[in-house]
Write a protein that binds this ligand. Sequence first.
Ligand code: G3H
Length: 541
Amino acid sequence: MSMSNSLTEIFPAESSIPDQYKITSYLEQREYLIDGELKMWAGDLSPVMSPIFIREGNDLKQKVLGSTPLLNATEAMKALDAAVKAHDLGKGMWPMMSVADRISHVENFLSRMREKRHEVVKLLMWEIGKSLKDSEKEFDRTCDYIVDTIKALKELDRHSAKLVEEQGFMAQIRRVPLGVALCMGPFNYPLNETFTTLIPALIMGNTVIFKPAKYGVLLIKPLLEAFRDSFPAGVINIIYGRGRETVGALMETGKLDVFAFIGTNKGANDLKKLHPKPHRMKAILGLDAKNPGIVLPDADLTNAVSECIMGSLSFNGQRCTALKILFVHKNLVDDFIKKFNEEVKKLKCGMPWEANVNLTPLPEPGKTDYLKGLVDDARKHGAKIMNEGGGEVLHTFFYPAVLYPVNDKMKVYSEEQFGPVVPIVPYNDINEPMHYVINSNFGQQVSIFGKDSKTIARLIDIFSNQVGRININTQSQRGPDSFPFNGRKDSAEGTLSVADALRVFSIRTLVATKASEDNKQIISTIIKNRESLFLSTEYIF
Ligand code: G3H
């Protein structure tokens, strides 16, 4: 449906859901993975609510999908003990294993994971409201990421296989694991973003505690057995429960060597502070962002609108890389808004499994109230809702609100809305959007739309010291996954890409010696007789 129909039609009756996407039984999960064993939790459970409501006569009832274990600090500590034991101060089977053998464990996991595509995709739709197309894309992109990670590791291994000679020294430099890693992902990409840290952490030889995201939790269950069967005991441990209780306890032990987290900078800081020796814990963080789109007076309007629509509203604006504020030059702002609204109107609202659907319900409890609050605040300070039906709400569904003219008094000017609210700021002088980027607390990406090479070049040079990626006539985004993905200021710590992630979860260690005849003899004997795993010139194809 489009907005010309009433929002009341948006939620389905059970009978109208296609059979292959129906969830007919309550999914009570009690299993969690510790030390190679699927344990059954006898304690409290946390209900899993879908953002989707079901029509029953004149009523709408929110679908309860099932529940997950509400583990406590004691269970979290058991997961940590298992990971610490499997690491065994670097002497464990996993960190000592050859790269080729670790790769075969991950390959085994991947083939088991592929068997679960339908189940995981279905849960992505029901748990976080992601469209079928995007859910399938998330699953397939994750599988491709694993394949590419294996390829990149083989390449890294080939490079590390050679000995180097420098200033009378001979050395071999290799990457080795850091220790025990905690990996936590976000609800908007509960599979993909989590696995972009989890898989590199594992394949580099770290042992891992994985805590699924806030929403998009049940979708990990179909993979639990594959995790259990594909890795030695204790190498991967999967826990559930309240972050404060479980993760806080883990941090306080000081036994975590790596912390991979996608979420808010406040959350990351609160947790990092709990580690008694933060310098011993390497953090890789994907955090808040408020990426601006800047539309210059000579921009190709059709392209700018189409990229800004995708940039601000794909997956309802719930992407860390989304365009979250648009600066549009006064000369074309009226035309821009007119065209933008026409395109918003074409976006199909509906359930995730419906063909060509774009706008779907939002999974975070209280989110539509928060977005309504942002819109009300903007209106109080002089903005108008520019599109028909903008800001209309039905339970978890929020129809996109295009706000104009937005100014710095409004919350939506600086707060990350992470939802379908599109603030448009008119500008005359390019210094206005430039200062916005420079003075922002965030520094992930920016998109510039225009044609004049000199203006674009100047902005590139200014922004290259402010953000991690500058997009020209293109929406902001993470992919391709071989590109570095990072951010400045409050937006990130560390850089991820297929190849970078392998570096992030490892440290270079070298064996070096003065290149005397005696030393060369020792080195050569070790290599010839294959006496060391580290000091070796063998590599995998
Ligand atoms: O939420 C942040 C994601 O990493 C964004 O990825 O730009 O490919 O949607 P994407």
